[in-house]
Design a protein around this ligand. Structure first.
Ligand SMILES: [Zn+2]
Length: 113
């Protein structure tokens, strides 16, 4: 279950930022996840709760924002929506797509004390 290591990674980022930004408690984490990141929201929430125990993010609420996948189609010369990494273009059926958005996971916003 790679959600566990992702959750641990998030806590690491939170702890590093706490030093730089001088906060001692995280109350809410807004996390953006793209459909190509292959992250199970429910599993991640579960892992997040487990790994934050005893850390500055204990009892923090994890808000997951699902962002859309998007790729640039070499045939249509425009961005088209995708839901999986190896999707074909919905307009022309081409597989020459370059993913431009949706394979990332990032912390969008934090509520801290
Ligand atoms: Zn196309």
């Amino acid at each position: 279950m790679h959600e566990m290591s992702i959750a641990e990674g998030i806590v690491q980022v939170l702890e590093e930022q706490a030093k730089e930004q001088h906060y001692s408690k995280v109350k809410t984490v807004w996390l953006e996840i793209g459909p190509l990141a292959m992250i199970e929201s429910e599993a991640l929430s579960f892992c997040f709760e487990a790994v934050t125990r005893g850390t500055l993010a204990q009892d923090a609420s994890l808000q997951i924002i699902n962002i859309k996948g998007e790729a640039f189609c070499m045939q249509c010369l425009k961005n088209v929506p995708i839901t999986q990494r190896y999707d074909s273009c919905q307009s022309c059926g081409s597989h020459q797509l370059q993913v431009t958005q949706g394979d990332e996971m990032r912390i969008k916003e934090l509520e801290v004390e």
